[in-house]
Design a protein around this ligand. Structure first.
Ligand SMILES: [Zn+2]
Ligand SMILES: [Zn+2]
Length: 371
């Protein structure tokens, strides 16, 4: 197992005869770059642990000489005994500075705050909502400055222990009053309680460590989303502060109406117009579905307003497991314009129906017509 480990010098990117100072600098740079609080890229945490482990060995003259002579094998048991999973001495990001600037334990601890959430709207066609799609959305958000990687110092320069408070983050003044002498402790003005200052701020972000950027994100829209559905893109929101995690981006779905389908939840509705010959005699027709035309048998004697349900021809359920139905609403259309030939045929039909007594002169109670 030990043999598969990366070389500690390579991990820190220093030569075998690097001085303690060089090792320290390399570690600080890498630790800040890969600290899990600041870097959410996959693999960053694993890298951070490697960096930490390499530093722990190379910064200790005794361990370093063992490692130089025997390699990883010489250090077996050093890490396994106490489990390196907790990654060493560093808790929050500020602790990295503490490790270099001494026991700045009084430096004000800022509460890590999660970044704000962002919201962006994406428009889908009716079919994209039904079957899913991959869409691009563009957001404007704050990221770590690409020049200083959020360190706030101009590349090549480094943060320094605050000279005003000597890295303590607070200033003590002895005050005398009529009640006696007491010590007044205030946060250091110079470093705003942080214990360190940036002598040469980064030129790109003017020392803020942040920049506004426009990002295009790919969104996988699952099949079955509807108007107002939201898709959460975790960690794609605004930057957190003081080591807090990023916020999320929420993609709000807007679905364009369809020219013929009406949607209620995962069911679809479509109107089918038939003429009264088809209604009386029955017919084989085609109805539109999301997948294209579908053959449908109209039974003789169908009434206007009847609904024929085609199972599983609706919209897929967004959480999986089947789909809704397609309801075909039959509408018998009475013709407004007739040719003289058609009029003659209908008159013959009318006379024939009259002799049957069919549909004339009879009143029935209306059942359920006004539901
Ligand atoms: Zn910068
Ligand atoms: Zn200070």
């Amino acid at each position: 197992m030990a043999t598969s480990k990366a070389d500690y010098y390579e991990t820190l990117g220093v030569s075998r005869d690097a001085s303690q100072d060089e090792i320290k600098r390399a570690f600080r740079r890498l630790a800040m770059q890969y600290h899990p609080d600041r870097n959410s890229e996959p693999g960053a945490e694993a890298r951070f642990k490697e960096i930490n482990e390499a530093y722990e060995v190379l910064s200790d003259p005794e361990k370093r000489s063992t490692y130089d002579r025997l390699g990883h094998a010489g250090l077996d048991g050093v890490f396994s005994s106490r489990g390196f999973e907790g990654f060493g001495p560093f808790g929050g990001f500020g602790d990295i500075f503490d490790a270099f600037f001494g026991a700045a334990s009084h430096a004000r601890r800022r509460t890590p705050t999660r970044g704000a959430d962002l919201q962006v709207q994406v428009e889908l066609t009716f079919e994209e909502a039904a079957f899913g799609a991959t869409k691009s959305v563009t957001i404007n958000r704050t990221e770590l400055c690409s020049q200083c990687n959020g360190l706030r110092a101009q590349p090549g320069t480094e943060p320094q222990r605050c000279p005003a408070c000597d890295g303590l983050g607070e200033v003590r003044r002895v005050q005398r009053s009529v009640f006696g002498q007491f010590i007044n402790v205030t946060a250091c003005d110079r470093c705003r309680g942080e214990g360190w200052v940036i002598p040469t701020p980064c030129s790109k972000c003017r020392g803020t460590g942040r920049e506004r950027v426009t990002r295009t994100l790919e969104v996988k829209v699952p099949a079955g989303v509807d108007n107002g559905s939201q898709i959460r893109l975790p960690g794609e929101g605004e930057l957190g502060s003081y080591g807090g995690p990023r916020g999320n981006t929420y993609v709000v779905i807007k679905v364009a109406p369809h020219p013929i389908f009406e949607r209620t939840d995962d069911d679809l509705h479509v109107r089918l117009n038939v003429n009264f010959a088809q209604a009386a005699l029955g017919d084989d027709v085609e109805v539109p579905t999301l997948e294209g035309p579908h053959k449908l048998r109209i039974e003789p004697g169908i009434e206007s307003g009847e609904v024929i349900t085609l199972r599983n021809k609706g919209v897929p359920h967004v959480r999986g497991g089947g789909r809704g139905d397609l309801h075909v609403h039959v509408q018998v259309v009475t013709p407004k314009k007739l040719t003289s030939e058609q009029k003659k045929l209908l008159q013959q039909l009318a006379e024939s129906l009259e002799s049957d007594g069919g549909g004339r002169g009879l009143f029935e109670k209306v059942r359920g017509a006004f539901r």
